[in-house]
Design a protein around this ligand. Structure first.
Ligand code: URA
Length: 433
């Protein structure tokens, strides 16, 4: 088989078979096929797409390029969730504990933040002492004992994706639905859970700009899940504005604690309750989502979700006293308010810009090896649909040093305030399965 012939086939929109896809992925991972030929193939895929069969075969090949985690020593149905990424998305920190408090086994491997979106691992590492590194045996032990573990992906999980993603990043081939779907699903399948819930976000702060594209991506991933016999479902949620009020690692952990205490922001709580209900049904713990929803509400009310979070933090070496008393978290040195220059209703809020400003404050990274400052970030006092009076604070900036005029201008530009009444946006648009 010659790679050049396979590129030619895809260029002419022909379907590749299992042997050909194996030849490509195996050859690339073992450095028999050079970057330039894979780049040409990726671009042909961007233009011509992949059939559903090709997408599933590609995913399977990628999954099998490295370690596959065997979670069978954990009793019960193991549930996992994945968000396609957004700004202020601390869902896993709330969803994991409440779902586990209702009896599900949550075995989750997460990633770090890159660019304008944050990552669960960075948020967790704001908790002094907490480690996201566990051996497979320790990971399995923790899920068996506590019901919940959130750790970093092992370096040997899906090496094909590491190589392909780095190449896609520099060849303008990231934004292609079958490539995104196979990248995400290969990692989820290799992580070994029995069920997968995908939170596919769309809007200005997300990978997918439109709801239609988010649905297409979700359906492609559900289709892969079905072909691999995994119960895979997806929520389609709006990321035109950040989720919750806090953006930035420590600030988001504190907001997650508040949500587990029952006084977090409505949108975050609703997303966690709805996504959690689906996960509990997937785990066969409840037949109907309504009963699961009520059970999740109850574990927030009676504090069992917060207890589960503390158990996880303790099992991962974190100092639980910070969860019991969030005032202990070290805060940024400079905290300033940004007064509104107008009276009116917030019409739009640029999630992406707010994510980028947080990154520029030191809370995120441009390249994957940069250090970050966990303390910095933003607290939004006003979100879409809120009324604001001139002089009232729009948001709070947490910074390590004085904030430049350029950043302040960017923050002002991210808010659009108008005179007419604006409805609050719907967060979860659909649940697909
Ligand atoms: N997230 C991933 O893991 N892969 C993609 O291709 C895009 C987003």
């Amino acid at each position: 088989m010659r790679m050049v012939d396979l590129i030619e086939l895809k260029k002419n929109n022909k379907e590749l078979d299992e042997k050909q896809i194996h030849f490509i992925i195996d050859g690339y991972v073992h450095e028999r096929i050079p970057d330039y030929q894979i780049s040409a193939l990726l671009m042909a895929i961007c233009f011509n797409g992949l059939t559903s069969k090709e997408t599933a075969l590609l995913t399977k090949e990628m999954e099998e390029s490295g370690d596959i985690i065997d979670l069978s020593p954990i009793s019960g149905i193991k549930v996992d969730k994945h968000s396609t990424g957004g700004v202020g998305d601390k869902t896993s920190l709330v969803l994991g504990p409440i779902v586990a408090a209702c009896g599900a086994k949550v075995a989750k491997m997460s990633g770090r933040g890159l660019g304008h979106t944050g990552g669960t691992l960075d948020k967790l590492e704001s908790i002094p002492g907490l480690s996201i590194n566990k051996t497979k045996t320790e990971f399995i032990q923790q899920v068996n004992d506590v019901g919940l573990a959130i750790i970093g992906q092992s370096a040997s999980l899906v090496p094909a994706d590491k190589k392909l993603y780095a190449l896609r990043d520099v060849t303008a081939t990231v934004s292609c639905i079958p490539l995104i779907a196979s990248s995400i699903m290969s990692k989820k399948l290799a992580s070994g859970a029995d069920t997968i819930l995908l939170d596919v976000k769309y809007g200005k702060g997300a990978f997918m700009q439109t709801k239609e594209d988010a649905i297409k991506l979700a359906q492609t991933m559900i289709d892969i899940g079905k072909q691999c016999h995994k119960d895979t479902r997806a929520t389609i949620s709006n990321m035109n504005q950040p989720l919750g009020k806090a953006i930035g690692n420590t600030l988001e952990v504190i907001e997650a604690i508040e949500t587990l205490q029952g006084h977090g922001p409505d949108d975050l709580e609703q997303l966690c309750l709805q996504a959690g209900s689906t996960m509990l049904v997937q785990a066969h713990l409840y037949e109907h989502e309504k009963e699961a929803y009520d059970a999740l509400k109850e574990v927030i009310k009676n504090g069992k979700g917060l207890i589960k979070f503390k158990e996880m933090v303790k099992a991962q070496g974190g100092d639980v006293s910070y969860i019991e008393n969030p005032d202990k978290f070290e805060r940024a040195r400079v905290i300033i308010e940004l007064p509104s220059l107008k009276t009116g209703y917030v019409k739009s809020l640029e999630a992406r810009t707010l994510g980028i400003v947080t990154m520029k404050l030191g809370g995120g990274r441009m390249t994957k090896d940069e250090d970050i400052d966990h303390r910095v970030g933003l607290i939004l006092h006003k979100k879409i649909g809120d009324y604001v009076i001139e002089g009232e604070s729009l948001l709070q900036v947490h910074a390590s040093k004085s904030v430049s005029q350029e950043l302040i201008d960017e923050l002002y530009q991210s808010y659009e305030i108008v005179e007419e009444l604006i409805e609050k946006p719907v967060l979860i648009e659909e649940i697909l399965k």
